[in-house]
Design a protein. Structure first.
Lengths: 421, 315
């Protein structure tokens, strides 16, 4: 054991040394696991900022076995300190060990019922494990789970803002987008929530999984709140399994959406009352209530398309609100949120609906469009790369070759009918 | 062949004639198969061919008023190599048709292509003498000589000279001027500016326009950079301070911005934003189409249930 410690201390200098150290550690892994109870004092001899790789192996072996309540607290401290001071390059040599340690950290934190303690260390851990800001690691969903449980949504927003291009495991993506959607709903950023939930629902999946089903239910509700309508068919790029099965599994929500589109609040409320327990068992009752209240907004918006001016009393009648005062409150809120453009004349209680005052002549608009164009250009480049990769994919070529028409008069090239590698 | 004529006639040539002859020649040359080689000989199937540029022939028509001969138009004729003469009945038919449309035009002579007038041309020339007692011979030289500044067109007249005791008809060169009507000028200008490969398709014209603007901006940028570099050097002290230059630079800068008013800003920004939006839209469409293809390929490769058997059109 001591020999191993001295070796770690000696070989943690340069990159080549670290590689040889890694081989040594891999061989010694089993012996480490066998003597896991004896390891904690050795941890003090190692410095996490210099000997990160060795420390990681030791730490992973230590936490492998069952941990008692008293040990848990001290372990949390050691792990947190390790995460904040470790060296990223050394960690990336053994990513699965690192993920293992962090997951155990999360479990401990949840056991102690103090999810807040885990948020900051987890964030640092993600930043150290990521190869680039576009890389989705297995730690992302764990981090979001901790944020959700501790209700600190703001820290999660910085992670959600990044665009993701590389994913390690598909399950990570599903969980990440689902939790991310829930956090965005909590922050009332419905557009972002819709985008994330959309990703879950349309992600490629050979069989429908439970995460997608739950996400689909929330997706319907958020789409009703944000857009006022729900497209009955999933887009073409959703997997065929999803297209066929998701709607059957979320029947009450689909019916809710269809009764929403009729526009009658009373019907909607009776339907919600009738199926209250189903919504409650899915923990979606809050969202459903938000959807119902968004119905008023939808109706007022529909009024802007027909009328130029309207009195508050009329609005209240048409939207089935109880009094002009309520109507005024609704309209005021909508003007503040930027959902409609109107002015309220308090003297005679008339509301005049206006056009969008944006003239598109300002420099800020130029910068906005310019940055959008730049983003599109990077996306386009990445898409081209992916397209080329896809065209060379043997599975695709096999299927494409099989489906060609037999007698193509203009074709003289030979696409193999069976593509054997 | 003498180099100047003594008939005292002034010749006026319209550009339509030149364009027509050139067009005739180009058409015939591009339609011959295999393409002719100019001066080298080619070995085809073991037989040596010496191919020269094809010669084209035709008639020129116009008006003669007093001493001024104005050549307005021309039409093509077929050359009969067996009799070494032009197709006579066709010529007469054409003459009749042109008479109906242009009653004042007469056949003034004939044209051909080549680098110099040849002996055999005299034969054709004499054959035309019964229509016009003194016909003209318009010769176009189709070889492209970038150093040449004048038009490669020469007008020959025939004169009776006594050579070695025998009176012979020889060609003498005459000078001419180019005369245009306004309509002619516009159409010839238009024809001259067409690009040889694509012609007037919108994409190449837009590309040409934008390339011109791009090179202009690039030149402006490089010149401003030179000035800036110079001024920075002056500021640092590397270059001695030259007040006259500084005065010029400052007066130039004071002339900018050229227009400064609220209305101009508004309109300018609006137009700028419109162009940006169009570019954005174009990028969007491009991206969407790539994405669509990618998703199609992905679905074909990995989605088990989508296409089983059956033929699908791969567009």
């Amino acid at each position: 054991m001591e020999a191993l410690v001295t070796q770690i201390q000696g070989l943690s200098g340069t990159a080549s040394d670290v590689l040889s150290l890694q081989n040594l550690l891999k061989q010694a892994d089993d012996s480490l696991h066998a003597e896991s109870t004896r390891l904690p004092p050795f941890l003090d001899q190692l410095d996490p900022s210099k000997h990160s790789l060795g420390y990681l192996y030791f730490l992973e072996a230590c936490t492998a076995g069952p941990v008692t309540q008293e040990q848990a607290s001290s372990f949390l401290l050691t792990i947190a300190r390790f995460i904040s001071s470790c060296v990223a390059e050394q960690i990336r040599l053994a990513p699965d060990k690192f993920i293992c340690v962090c997951k155990r950290f999360k479990d401990q934190v949840l056991l102690l019922e103090e999810p807040l303690r885990g948020v900051a260390p987890m964030l640092t851990a993600i930043r150290k494990l990521q190869l680039s800001s576009e890389h989705l690691t297995a730690l992302h969903p764990e981090f979001l789970l901790l944020c959700l449980l501790s209700k600190c949504y703001k820290t999660a927003l910085s992670i959600l803002e990044e665009d993701i291009f590389e994913v390690d495991q598909p399950r990570d993506l599903f969980l990440f987008c689902y939790y991310g959607g829930m956090i965005s709903i909590g922050q009332k950023q419905f557009r972002k929530a819709l985008e994330l939930l959309h990703n879950v629902v349309t992600a490629p999946m050979s069989t429908v999984n439970a995460i997608a089903v739950e996400a689909f239910k929330k997706y319907i509700l958020v789409s009703l709140i944000h857009h006022g309508q729900f497209p009955t068919n999933l887009p073409k790029y959703a997997s065929s399994g999803a297209q066929r099965n998701l709607k059957n599994l979320c029947q009450p929500y689909v019916e809710l959406a269809s009764s929403y589109s009729n526009g009658k609040i009373a019907d909607l409320e009776t339907y919600v009352e009738a199926n209250k327990d189903k919504f409650e068992s899915d923990n979606n009752l809050g969202l459903v209530k938000q959807a119902v209240s968004s119905m008023y907004k939808r109706n007022i918006q529909r009024l802007t398309q027909t009328y130029l001016t309207l009195s508050l009393q009329d609005i209240a009648n048409r939207v089935q609100l109880n009094s002009p005062k309520e109507a005024e409150m609704h309209v005021l809120q909508m003007i503040k949120d930027g959902e409609i453009y109107a002015t309220i004349n308090q003297k005679d209680g008339m509301v005049r609906f206006l056009e969008d005052p944006e003239q598109y002549k300002t420099c800020e608009m130029i910068e906005r469009i310019d940055s959008s164009i730049q983003r599109l250009m990077t996306v386009s480049k990445k898409l081209n790369v992916m397209d080329e990769l896809m065209s060379c994919d043997p599975l695709y070529l096999a299927k494409a070759g099989r489906e060609r028409q037999r007698f193509d008069f203009d074709d003289f090239d030979n696409v193999p009918q069976r593509y054997n590698i | 062949m003498a180099s100047s004529s003594s008939s005292g006639l002034t010749f006026k040539l319209h550009p339509l004639v030149i364009v027509n002859i050139s067009d005739h020649y180009t058409r015939v040359k591009s339609q011959t198969n295999p393409p002719p080689l100019t001066s080298t000989s080619a070995t085809v199937n073991g037989v040596e061919h010496q191919q020269q540029a094809p010669r084209v022939y035709g008639c020129v028509i116009g008006v003669q008023r007093g001493r001024t001969v104005e050549i307005f138009n021309n039409f093509e004729l077929l050359y009969d190599p067996s009799t070494h003469s032009l197709d006579r009945p066709f010529l007469e038919k054409k003459q009749e048709l042109y008479k109906k449309v242009f009653p004042h035009f007469y056949i003034l002579g004939w044209y051909s292509t080549g680098s110099d007038a040849q002996e055999s041309d005299m034969h054709i020339h004499k054959a035309l003498m019964d229509i016009n007692e003194s016909p003209l011979y318009v010769l176009l030289n189709p070889t492209i000589n970038p150093a040449q500044k004048d038009l490669p067109v020469t007008i020959y007249e025939s004169e009776l000279h006594v050579i070695d005791g025998i009176p012979q008809l020889i060609f003498v060169r005459s000078s001419y001027t180019i005369e245009t009507v306004e309509a002619e000028r516009i159409s010839v200008d238009h024809v001259a500016h067409l690009k040889p490969s694509d012609g007037g398709s919108a994409a190449t014209q837009l590309a040409a326009h934008l390339t011109g603007i791009h090179s202009a901006i690039k030149m402006l940028n490089s010149r401003i950079r030179v000035l800036h570099h110079y001024l920075v050097g002056m500021q640092k002290g590397d270059i001695p301070c030259e007040n006259s230059l500084l005065r010029q630079v400052s007066s130039l800068l004071r002339r900018l911005p050229a227009i400064e008013s609220e209305k101009f800003q508004d309109d300018f920004l609006m137009e700028y934003n419109d162009t940006l939006l169009i570019t954005y839209l174009a990028m969007f469409t491009n991206c969407s189409s790539t994405m669509n293809e990618l998703v199609d390929k992905f679905n074909t490769a990995y989605d088990r249930h989508s296409r089983r058997g059956g033929r699908t059109a791969f567009i």
